[in-house]
Design a protein around this ligand. Structure first.
Ligand SMILES: O=C(O)C(=O)[C@@H](O)CO
Ligand SMILES: [Mg+2]
Length: 260
């Protein structure tokens, strides 16, 4: 049975960020993920998470200057000190939230020397993996489609797998976002089988519009069954922009909602 985490950066945006935890729990979710918690002290986010009885499935390490267009630092030469300081910041939040997964965004590397970016990335992710291993945290690497994020360092699943082989740390896995994977790679049933054991988190949204997973070119119930058959029992993050009110679009979730 698939287990879904609400993405609070995209869902329940009818509410202020800290109020989205209760809204997600009221809608039947048992876990949440989001991009960044850093606008709020860790204890405040943890209070809301725990008050709502939710698990923290995932969040991202600080990404650099998001407003200026930065989308992570891990592959950016010359930014290693900042990346490493950010790992420590993310670790503090992960401890407060009991979060076992952190996504390290790589950055926009178009125009940079690829070999240098790869060397920087491998070095930085090894550093993060080693630091986070003691806390039992897995570092996730996510290929992102080049239509939504042109120039991003990793766009295809095979690129992430190749980098993970070279990083060579047991606590580094792929964040398998099926929305991005369909746009860049396709053939998802075969892809999921080929990636068995290499991903530590899954995300979903309709393609092409990134809405609820009940429209568009993907048959999600089929993909949930594929994941189930392979024994994937991790969270599936609902990283989609609701077509309207978040709760009005949750018809797809009804068969999977578990009552407390
Ligand atoms: O954009 C996505 O997809 C994500 O999962 C975010 O965490 C940004 O990488
Ligand atoms: Mg994603």
């Amino acid at each position: 049975m698939p287990r879904f985490a609400a993405n609070l950066s995209m869902m329940f945006t009818e509410y202020a960020f800290l109020d989205r935890f209760k809204a997600a729990a009221d809608a039947g979710f048992r876990a949440v993920e989001y991009l960044f918690p850093y606008d709020h002290p860790a204890f405040e986010v943890a209070d809301r998470l725990h008050a709502a009885g939710l698990e923290q499935a995932l969040f991202n390490m600080p990404p650099g200057n998001w407003a200026a267009g930065e989308r992570g630092l891990a592959a950016l030469p010359g930014r290693q000190d900042e990346f490493r300081a950010n790992v420590a910041v993310a670790l503090d939040y992960a401890r407060a939230l009991g979060c076992p997964r952190l996504h390290a965004m790589a950055g926009i590397t178009a125009g940079l020397d690829r070999a240098t970016a790869e060397a920087t990335y491998i070095d930085n992710i090894r550093f993060a993996a080693d630091l986070l291993a003691d806390a039992g945290i897995t570092v996730l690497l996510e290929p992102i489609n080049s239509r939504n994020m042109p120039g991003y360092f990793i766009a295809h699943q095979h690129q992430a797998l190749d980098l993970i082989d070279r990083i060579d740390r047991p606590n580094v896995l792929v964040q398998l976002d099926l929305y991005h994977a369909q746009i860049m790679d396709g053939d998802l049933t075969t892809l999921i089988h080929a990636m068995q054991g290499r991903f530590g988190h899954v995300q979903i949204a309709s393609v092409p519009d990134r809405h609820e997973p009940d429209e568009g070119e993907l048959n999600y119930p089929h993909l949930y069954a594929v994941l189930d058959r392979l024994g994937y029992d991790g969270w599936i993050g609902c990283e989609y922009n609701p077509r309207g009110q978040t709760t009005a679009g949750l018809g797809w979730f009804a068969p999977y909602r578990t009552q407390a």
